[in-house]
Design a protein around this ligand. Structure first.
Ligand code: AMP
Ligand code: ZN
Length: 113
């Protein structure tokens, strides 16, 4: 997908600090971390714009992301807990229109993000 920053990260065109990668997903450290540990997990394939575009045809990758999150979190030392966030749309502050989930942790996070 042209001009999609996360598609560019997925192919290495934009450098990132990779926390986890396999054939279909990638996790990289957020450039503006909102917690001591803040990683963004994406499908390598573009799913625009995000949560609202998840369908029966593409939800296998979402399942794969959620199956992988516990091991990604463990590898990041988040054994004491973490939060998974998906911003969907303007009111949620979504800035990148490629499906992604934030993993936040490394401190007590409080009641909500
Ligand atoms: P959202 O606000 O949910 O759309 O999240 C997009 C996230 O991507 C933000 O937390 C940004 O800080 C992060 N981000 C944007 N560009 C980059 C980049 N080049 N490398 C890592 N994270 C990025
Ligand atoms: Zn994309």
């Amino acid at each position: 997908m042209d001009n999609c920053i996360f598609c560019k990260i997925a192919v290495g065109e934009i450098p990132s600090k990779v926390a986890y990668e396999d054939e279909v997903i990638m996790a990289f450290h957020d450039i503006e971390p909102q917690a001591p540990v803040h990683v963004v997990v994406i499908p390598k394939a573009h799913i625009a714009s995000g949560m609202n575009e998840v369908t029966k045809d593409n939800s296998a990758v979402v399942a794969h992301i959620f199956e992988s999150i516990p091991q990604i979190a463990a590898s990041l030392g988040l054994g004491e807990g973490y939060r998974v966030v998906c911003n969907c749309g303007e009111n949620a502050g979504q800035t990148v229109q490629h499906l992604h989930f934030h993993i936040l942790g490394g401190k007590t996070l409080g009641a909500m993000a």
